[in-house]
Design a protein around this ligand. Structure first.
Ligand SMILES: [Zn+2]
Length: 173
């Protein structure tokens, strides 16, 4: 199905304003999004724009597999623990990775995660991260390092802070 077309997964923010105008200029493209992103389109303008894509068959609504969601969630915890992501954020990351699409989002946290999950990113109006970063959780009180997503230290119940342990400049583009 349309293998020659470039695949893009769309975040909710690109259904509105200037981003949407730019989106329509992407030729030879097949857009995808997930049901939960659609639920996030509350305003009239965004919903109308979605309909434009739907009526011209430029967009496919796809729900990622449960297995892919779990896998993605686990990978996210190793990159950016205790980050507040919605289930729709996780869905679009999982879907982009599974179908080999470029994720279009203005959200820096999602851009960072996507790149580190081996997914290409794009954004339309120029807001793009210049570095990728990974963090781990460390107890402020006893210094214990936590490997999993938890709210407080498993040793002393102290508060955890996020420590950057990996920073990589993004070259080209
Ligand atoms: Zn501790």
């Amino acid at each position: 199905m349309n293998d020659y077309k470039k695949k893009y997964v769309l975040d909710a923010t690109v259904f509105i304003g200037y981003d949407f105008q730019l989106l329509q200029k992407l030729e030879n493209s097949q857009f995808y999004t997930t049901p939960s992103i659609l639920n996030e389109l509350k305003d009239f303008k965004s919903r109308m724009n979605f309909k434009v894509l739907q009526e011209t068959k430029k967009i496919i609504i796809s729900h990622p597999d449960y297995k892919d969601l779990i896998l993605t969630q686990k990978k996210i915890e190793k990159i950016d623990p205790n980050t507040l992501l919605s289930s729709s954020d996780i869905e679009i990351l999982a879907l982009s990775w599974r179908i080999g699409a470029t994720l279009i989002t203005n959200d820096y946290r999602l851009q960072n995660l996507a790149i580190l999950l081996n997914t290409a990113i794009d954004n339309l109006s120029g807001k793009k991260i210049t570095k990728t970063v990974k963090w781990y959780l460390k107890c402020k009180n006893c210094g214990q390092i936590e490997k999993n997503n938890i709210d407080s230290c498993s040793n002393c119940n102290g508060k955890l802070k996020k420590i950057k342990y990996y920073v990589d400049e993004i070259k080209s583009k």
